[in-house]
Write a protein that binds this ligand. Structure first.
Ligand code: NAP
Length: 457
């Protein structure tokens, strides 16, 4: 697929970016591998952490400019883009401040002698990333691995080449040596060749199930470690004792954030029957109050989807859901205007034999389910191919905690929407993938946790 910047608000083609040739890919991989073998990767951590500090400073000083690039390329609201750059700076700063402690040797009590675990870089990694958080996704891989000493070659989504290119420039400007982070505009075939290359030691992939499965299969074939951050079909549980207004506010935010194109966005609203009518009325009113328009306009609350293909595939998912018996409670259509706009939509009466029941809707489409018991909540929540995150609203924290423990996901958030922070691990179970990014867990994914033991004489 061609790497192109197309403004999703107008569908005007802004720029086509040339792909990298096999020779350029080889040069990038050689440089990355040389860097891995050099004192930069093998030596003291301090110079690498200085780059992360500088990168955080750069990002913080250029929020407005970078936010505009995101919004013009993939269509999220300008305020959301600013928020993304701020979190991205926080991630760089977090690893700059904590990586040395995370990677310090850990001694192990044993009767065999003196034993400890050291943490070493393992080599060049390949990152394959999606467009919905075009800077954040890259930083989740860069920051821990730059600190650890793993050089990264990165293939970003073909609809965000401007973001990919600017990110690479920022890393260089922060003082990273050649090879520390290399952006590559490459095809799936070239990705496959990189995975097969013996200099590549791991694959960090975020995206859809189909792509994740293809890449993990290739990584498995060549015995390369991989982490997979896939989609989700997160539940948003509203118990009868909830603060309903707060739940509606959080649920609306979560479902419509980034135009509904967020892996941890609330997708299945599971509401106790006692409060179902009240919740649905208020939730529908909130969807009706959405202001659709130009994502650069500060008053807009819902922008376009990232591409025409994304809008059309969402429209066909909604049509299929309705033809299989779901009720279209609100919205349901692409909007007849330039750009990739789609109405905020609510589906009810989605039965288990409806394809919509198991699908991720990557856009502003909510499904509302009504349940009578807490056991039903758990059954519905876990009757999913995915297991990324989930939300529970209740004033009874003990009850919410019990439910949280029973839900099969990588995270559960109580009385707020699912979100992210550098110190909190991110990842899922089931078809949402495996491995974790961010936090101390994230930096341990691609390091050699090496045991050294000095025998008792
Ligand atoms: P996607 O189609 O899988 O694309 C993701 C990346 O994979 C892109 O760079 C894409 O390149 C590349 N790709 C696709 N097929 C490939 C193949 N056969 N070989 C090599 N590379 C391949 O995903 P998307 O639809 O853009 O992104 C949305 C999905 O990502 C949703 O399911 C969402 O839930 C998930 N997501 C998960 C997380 C998480 O942390 N769990 C975070 C964000 C998004 P091209 O653009 O060139 O096709």
């Amino acid at each position: 697929m061609a790497y192109q910047t197309i403004n999703p608000t107008t569908n005007v083609l802004v720029k086509t970016w040339p792909g990298h040739t096999d020779e350029q890919v080889e040069a990038a991989l050689s440089a990355a591998h040389r860097l891995y073998q050099s004192p930069w990767s093998q030596g003291a951590i301090a110079p690498r952490l200085r780059v992360l500090h500088k990168l955080a400073d750069l990002l913080e000083s250029r929020v407005e400019e970078l936010a505009r690039i995101i919004t013009l390329e993939m269509g999220k609201l300008i305020g959301e883009s600013r928020g993304e750059i701020q979190v991205v700076a926080q991630i760089a700063r977090y690893y700059a401040e904590h990586a040395e402690r995370f990677l310090a040797p850990v001694s192990l009590p044993t009767g065999q002698g003196e034993a400890w675990i050291e943490h070493h870089a393992i080599g060049v990694l390949l990152a394959v990333e999606p467009w919905n958080f075009p800077f954040y996704q890259l930083m989740r891989v860069l920051a821990p691995n730059l600190a650890a000493g793993n050089p990264v070659v990165a293939k970003h989504a073909s609809i965000v080449p401007h973001c990919a290119s600017v990110f690479e420039q920022l890393v260089t400007e922060a003082g990273a040596p050649q090879g520390a982070w290399t952006n590559l505009f490459i095809t799936a075939d070239q990705v496959g060749k990189l995975i097969a290359d013996q200099r590549v030691q791991g694959v960090a992939m975020t995206g859809s199930e189909g792509a994740g499965s293809a890449l993990a299969a290739q990584a498995g074939k060549y015995l390369k470690k991989s982490t997979l951050e896939m989609g989700g079909n997160d539940v948003f549980v509203v118990l009868e004792d909830s603060d309903i207004d707060k739940a509606v506010e959080a649920g609306t935010f979560s479902r419509l954030h980034v135009g509904g194109q967020e892996c941890i966005g609330a997708k299945r609203f599971v509401v106790r029957a006692e409060v179902a009518d009240t919740f649905l009325d208020k939730f529908t009113a909130a969807f009706k109050a959405v202001r659709i328009g130009d994502p650069l306009d500060e008053t807009t609350t819902l922008g376009p989807l990232s591409s025409t293909a994304a809008r059309d595939s969402l429209a066909s998912q909604v049509r299929a859901a309705v033809s299989h018996g779901a009720t279209l409670h609100h919205g349901g259509n692409a909007i007849d205007r330039p750009g990739n706009f789609f109405e905020p939509t609510i589906l009810t009466n989605v039965q288990r034999d409806n394809p919509a029941y198991f699908e991720e809707f990557f856009g502003p489409v909510a499904q509302v389910y009504v349940v009578n018991t807490d056991d039903e909540i758990v059954e519905l929540a876990n009757d999913s191919h995915y297991g990324l995150s989930g939300v529970i609203f209740s004033r009874d924290i003990a009850r919410a905690r019990t439910l949280a423990s029973r839900i099969e996901t990588g995270a559960v958030w109580i009385n707020t929407f699912s979100s992210t922070a550098p110190e909190l691990p991110f990842g899922g179970v089931k078809r949402s993938g495996y491995g974790r990014e961010l936090s101390e867990l994230g930096i341990k994914e691609f390091v050699n946790q090496k045991l050294v033991l000095v025998a008792t004489s």
